[in-house]
Design a protein around this ligand. Structure first.
Ligand code: URA
Length: 435
């Protein structure tokens, strides 16, 4: 087999076989196929697309390019959740203890933030002493003993995807549906869960700005998951504004804790209940979504979900008292309000700009090596549809550098639009794919 012939085949619009895809991914991972040939192949795929069988074969080949996690010695049905990423998306922090408190084992690998989106691993490190780089053996033992563990992605998880993603990033071939779906799902499948609940974001703070693209991506990923024998569902959700009110690492952890105490923002609580209900049904802890939602609500009202978070924090080296008293989290030195320039209703928020404001304050990474400031960020007071008076606070900004705060303030104000007319609040759950 020759890579040259495979490029010609794809360039001419023909489907590649599983054998050919395996040859290409193996050769690229071990360095036998050079970047320039793979770049040409990626561009051919970009223009000609891949069918369902090819996309599944590509996913499996990338999944098998490195270590895969075998979770079979963890008791019960392991259900994973994946979000395609957004602003203020602290879902795993509340959802994982909620479903674990209801008996679904959570054995989760999570990532760090990059660009305008945050990552669960960074947020968890807001708990002083919290360790996310645990050994696989400890990870599994912990799930068996307390029902929950979250670790950072191991270095050798889907290495073909790592190499290919870096190549796509510099060859204008990221935004192809089959390539995105296979990239995400290769890592999810390598992480070993039995069932997968996907939260596919759409809107100005999401990777998929258009709703129809988010549904198409959800369908591709659900097809891959089911094709690989994992019970998979995709939930398309709104990211036209930040989720909840907090944006920034420790601030988001505190909001997740408040949610477990029953005081969470409406949209964030609803998202956790929706995703969690699917996780409980897929994990065979509830027969219906309604029953599952009631179980989750009870986990909150009884304090069991909060206690599960405390148990989890302690097991991974953090101080569980922080869960019960959030004043322990490191606070930023300066706190400033961002006032509304006008009367009216908030009509639009350029959501990724709010993520960038947090990044400017120091809460996100400009490069993979950047060290982030966990204490900074924003608490929004007004979201789409909210009435606001001139001079009223749109958000409170937490920072440690006045210059950065001024820059963030300017970006923030440009991200908000106002209308004299009343505006409807956006729909959070746009649809379900794969049920
Ligand atoms: N996230 C991924 O992991 N891969 C992509 O291709 C896009 C987003």
């Amino acid at each position: 087999m020759r890579m040259y012939d495979l490029i010609v085949k794809k360039r001419n619009g023909n489907a590649l076989s599983q054998e050919e895809i395996n040859f290409m991914i193996e050769g690229y991972t071990n360095g036998q196929i050079p970047d320039y040939q793979m770049s040409a192949m990626m561009m051919a795929i970009y223009f000609q697309g891949m069918d369902k069988d090819e996309t599944l074969a590509l996913t499996m080949a990338m999944m098998n390019s490195g270590e895969t996690l075998d979770l079979s010695d963890i008791n019960g049905i392991k259900v994973d959740k994946h979000s395609t990423g957004g602003v203020g998306d602290k879902t795993s922090l509340a959802l994982a203890p909620m479903v674990a408190a209801c008996g679904v084992p959570v054995a989760k690998m999570s990532g760090r933030g990059l660009g305008h989106t945050g990552g669960t691993i960074d947020k968890l490190e807001s708990f002083e002493g919290f360790c996310t780089s645990i050994e696989t053996k400890q990870f599994k033992n912990q799930v068996n003993s307390i029902g929950i563990a979250i670790m950072g992605q191991t270095a050798n998880l889907a290495p073909a995807d790592k190499k290919l993603y870096a190549l796509r990033d510099v060859t204008a071939t990221v935004d192809n549906m089959s390539l995105i779906a296979s990239s995400i799902m290769s890592k999810k499948l390598a992480a070993g869960a039995d069932a997968i609940v996907l939260d596919v974001k759409t809107g100005s703070g999401a990777f998929m700005k258009k709703e129809e693209d988010a549904f198409a991506l959800a369908k591709e990923m659900v097809d891959i998951g089911n094709g690989a024998g994992k019970n998979t569902v995709g939930i398309v959700t709104n990211m036209d504004e930040p989720l909840g009110y907090a944006v920034g690492n420790a601030l988001e952890v505190i909001e997740a804790i408040e949610t477990l105490k029953g005081n969470g923002p409406k949209d964030f609580t609803k998202l956790c209940l929706t995703l969690g209900s699917y996780m409980l049904v897929k994990g065979k802890k509830a027969d219906t979504l309604e029953e599952a939602e009631n179980m989750l609500k009870y986990a909150i009202s009884s304090g069991k979900a909060l206690d599960k978070l405390a148990e989890f924090v302690e097991a991974q080296g953090g101080n569980k008292e922080w869960v019960y008293d959030t004043s322990h989290f490191k606070q930023a030195e300066f706190v400033e309000e961002i006032s509304s320039p006008t009367d009216g209703y908030v009509s639009q928020i350029i959501c990724d700009e709010i993520g960038i404001c947090s990044l400017i304050l120091g809460g996100g990474r400009e490069t993979k090596e950047s060290i982030i400031d966990l204490s900074v960020g924003l608490i929004l007071h007004k979201k789409i549809g909210d009435k606001v008076k001139k001079g009223e606070s749109l958000a409170t900004m937490y920072g440690n550098d006045k210059g950065k705060m001024e820059t963030a303030r300017g970006r923030f104000l440009k991200a908000y639009s106002f209308s004299k007319e009343q505006i409807e609040k956006p729909l959070l759950i746009k649809g379900i794919v794969g049920e």
